[in-house]
Design a protein around this ligand. Structure first.
Ligand code: FES
Length: 116
């Protein structure tokens, strides 16, 4: 299964994912620059993504903690989720998300994954 990720600069990546992995982990482990400062503890909102509108209803609804954290993020709308709280499952094969600019980490170019 895979996740389709759009970066703030418009580039897209098709990232292979494993069941049970958090989308944040998939992005990070492919070497793409996501801040994810709290490491997936739902305590930072620096893994904010916009979920493609066709996928929003297929995700488990956000917890109160996630909604609380999203309150402090920028440009939040009905597609906003913290991607450390999205767990990959076969139903989510092809999940399409866009990384919010404030969740982009500074990373040297050579650390970026090749994909597309
Ligand atoms: S990584 Fe911190 S809330 Fe997702």
């Amino acid at each position: 299964m895979y996740v389709k990720l759009r970066m703030p600069d418009g580039t897209t990546h098709r990232l292979e994912a494993l069941e049970g992995w958090r989308v944040m982990e998939v992005i990070r482990d492919w070497g793409l620059p996501i801040k994810a400062e709290c490491g997936g503890a739902c305590a930072c909102a620096t893994c904010h993504v916009w979920v493609d509108e066709n996928w929003v209803a297929k995700l488990a609804p956000p917890s109160d903690e996630e909604l609380e954290m999203l309150d402090g993020a920028f440009q939040v709308d009905e597609r906003s989720r913290l991607c450390c709280q999205i767990i990959m499952s076969p139903e989510l094969d092809g999940l399409t998300v866009e990384l919010a600019p404030e969740s982009l980490a500074d990373a040297p170019v050579e650390q970026l994954a090749v994909g597309g």
